[in-house]
Each structure stands twice: as C-alpha cells, then as structure tokens.
Design a protein around this ligand. Structure first.
Ligand code: MN3
Length: 265
C-alpha cells in the first residue's frame, strides 16, 4: 500500500487569537520599522492560503526566542511563504482547494510547472505553521506520558534525545530544519530536511521541528546556533506536543507493527 495516501494531514489550529497580541515596549524600543498591517496586507493580496496568527504574544518565548525575531519571522518570512504559495497556485485553482499539508504530503499530485514553488513556498507555510503551534514556555520542560516513554525507549533518555537532536540540527549545512518525526510504522526518528522541505513529503509526521535558517536566530544569537538550539528546548510546549503525540500514534497504520524500536538497535 502507499503509506502516504493514508497519512492524516496535520491540521493546524487557526483560532483567532490575534486580539491578544501587542507590540511590546521592548520591541518598540528597538526602533525596528515593522508595519503592524503587514499580515493583513499579505492575506488580502493573495488567495486561499492565509497566514495563521501566532497563538501567543511576540514576546511569549523570551528569553529563548526574542520578540524582534518573532515579529520578522512570522510577519515577514512566514507571510512571504504564504503570499508566494498563493501566487504559485493562482493558475491552478484546484490546488488552492487543498490544505497546505495535503499539497506537501503529495507533491507528485501538484502540476509540474508549480511543483518546485509549492515544495518551497508550501513547505515554508506548512513548516512555520507547525512551528508556531509547538512553541510556548508554559508547556513544561520535557515530554510527558506516552511521548516521554517512547523517547526514552528510542533514545535512552530525554537528555540523550536532546543531544542527538542538537547534533542533527548543528549538522544542517546552510538552511533547513531538524525534526523528530513519527513514521506510519510508529518509529520515532531524528532527521533533517534542506531548505523548506517538509517531512510530510516523505511520508512521516512531524512531532517536533526546529528551524535552523539564520533568519530564525541571527538577531539574538548571531552565529551561535548551538545556543539557539539549547534555548529552543526551553521554548517547546512539551505538554501540548505530548498530548498531540497520543493522537498521532493512534493514527499509525493498524496493519503494520506500531512499536517504538530502541535507537541503539
Ligand atoms: Mn523560518
């Protein structure tokens, strides 16, 4: 069977919580010129794909991810992926009927003339939408429940998992992402993707994802990617990630063995 066809789309929560967002005094004091109307302009100018609001304030991830970076990352970079994706599919209205997760899960179903654009811009939209959802400093310091058990079974311990993940994220040459993914057979894996490639495109479900493009950390960390990665682990909403993981596990193919194998074999 084609496992990709049965991978459930990762639905993003698009609750409208923008009203809770404010520019912080700290951000205003930097003097950065950012236009508060930018996300609305980006959406109005385009089509069926929209920039999801951040589910928390721009400064909610301080001190690990700074408000200035969140402003630029969400309002400019992510908005640009959305606008470019809409432009890419403008001549193919049927593609605009799909979710972005459906697009990147099955790139071969996307018309060839826009496939690379959808891979890059759709990947950027899917990856960033996912990233905002897994972050919050209020979600504990480590996985709980089934995810805790499975991470320990697979990697030995949370510390060992973070060490392996850090190695992978540090090894990305140029722009890309590091991931903890779940295969349809129920196997947790640390992997990396280049540019904006989504794990969904090769048939696995993202559980945790870290953006290691320089735009994600350069303002605060400059070239110190290792410090950024260490900060990221504090900014993951482990409670929410652990909760979603239970549902993601339940979607494993019942016809295939769904068990976690030891990382060390
Ligand atoms: Mn990014």
């Amino acid at each position: 069977m084609d496992v990709r066809s049965s991978i459930p789309g990762v639905r993003m929560n698009r609750r409208s919580v923008l009203k809770g967002l404010t520019y912080t005094a700290g951000f205003a004091a930097t003097g950065l010129r950012l236009d508060a109307a930018e996300p609305e302009q980006a959406q109005a100018a385009t089509g069926s794909f929209v920039l999801p609001p951040l589910p928390y304030a721009y400064d909610a991830l301080e001190p690990y991810i700074d408000a200035e970076t969140m402003h630029l990352h969400h309002d400019k970079h992510h908005a640009s992926y959305v606008a470019n994706l809409n432009a890419a599919v403008a001549g193919h209205p049927e593609q605009g009927q799909k979710t972005v997760e459906q697009l990147v899960t099955n790139l071969s179903a996307v018309p060839e003339d826009v496939r690379t654009a959808v891979r890059n811009q759709g990947g950027g939209h899917a990856n960033h939408s996912f990233l905002w959802q897994i972050l919050s400093t209020k979600g504990g310091v480590a996985p709980v429940g089934r995810l805790k058990n499975d991470v320990n079974a697979r990697f030995g311990s949370q510390a060992e998992f973070q060490e392996q993940f850090t190695k992978a994220a540090s090894s990305v040459f140029g722009s890309g992402w590091a991931w903890l993914t779940l295969s349809h057979q129920g196997v947790l894996t640390i992997e990396t993707t280049a540019n904006q490639d989504s794990p969904l495109s090769h048939g696995v479900t993202p559980i945790v994802g870290l953006d290691v493009w320089e735009h994600a950390y350069y303002l605060k960390y400059q070239n110190r990617r290792a410090e950024y990665i260490a900060g990221f682990f504090h900014a993951v909403n482990w409670e929410s990630v652990s909760e979603k993981y239970v549902a993601q596990r339940a979607a494993c193919d019942p016809e295939l063995p769904c068990q976690v194998h030891s990382y060390m074999g």
